[in-house]
Write a protein that binds this ligand. Sequence first.
Ligand SMILES: CC(C)(COP(=O)(O)OP(=O)(O)OC[C@H]1O[C@@H](n2cnc3c(N)ncnc32)[C@H](O)[C@@H]1OP(=O)(O)O)[C@@H](O)C(=O)NCCC(=O)NCCS
Length: 261
Amino acid sequence: MGSPTDAGSGITRDAALPGMAAGTVVCWVIGLDVPPEVLESGCGLLDPGELERAGRYPLEHLRRRFMARRIARRLILGASLGVDAVSVDFREVGSGKPEVVRDESVPVHFSASHSEDVAVVAVSAKAPVGVDVEVYRMVEGSLWEVRHLFADSERSALERVSERERSRLFFDCWTRKEACVKADGAGLALDLDSFEVPVGRIEDDGVTVSFARGGGGCRAVRLRSLDLGEELSGAVAVAVAGRSIPEVVVRAWDWGEVLRA
Ligand SMILES: CC(C)(COP(=O)(O)OP(=O)(O)OC[C@H]1O[C@@H](n2cnc3c(N)ncnc32)[C@H](O)[C@@H]1OP(=O)(O)O)[C@@H](O)C(=O)NCCC(=O)NCCS
């Protein structure tokens, strides 16, 4: 028997099934420079708002990347909920955090991030999640010194290292702070210098980060680094529920498999 197909897309949703166990956070890493047939097959999944936003990108490659990440986001969330990707509805809450409009009995939380030609979509069945990714690059000038971007302890840690090392640590610190802010949902309404993240290595099971003044209602998150290879800095934060430490898995999104299925 063939796999169920999303109406009109030609993309089968079984190919996207994350096989997500309760309590596990799955982080899908998605390459955004995709062959034209992916966009042709998948653009039927996008809603009018997404198509309108795609149309506003003046540069063709940015428009294509936006479409690719929104197609993948729909396929991943549709598969997680067991529904057609085309029927997943989104709304924005708080300071713009997107969430899935769904039946309360089917919890699904997600967060999305992109940098250049890579996106990450994190899906969690249990607790609000925030994810962030950045391509490592040189940090220009003294951006790291800008007030309110980092807590004092973070800025001092960045000050102590060589310029070369600082760029990498800057992005590690940045993605960690963004992941926390996104899990909370407050966006930049949560002061970035009002909470601290580690600047150096984080243990595999993560570290708990508390918010002195939570903007979106989260008191604390469990923060983990994502191992995304040499070129990418990534972090995921999961709202803390009791004493449990969420398992995090990273999976590569395979467009080829999606198209072949
Ligand atoms: C919007 C923001 C949450 C992240 O934006 P970003 O890092 O520029 O871009 P990313 O691709 O990582 O994230 C964008 C995604 O975040 C999500 N998002 C937007 N607002 C959000 C919010 N309030 N809470 C959680 N997620 C949000 C959306 O899914 C969005 O995807 P979309 O562009 O497809 O709609 C916000 O924190 C921001 O604008 N940051 C500015 C950067 C900054 O000053 N960082 C300092 C860190 S030290």
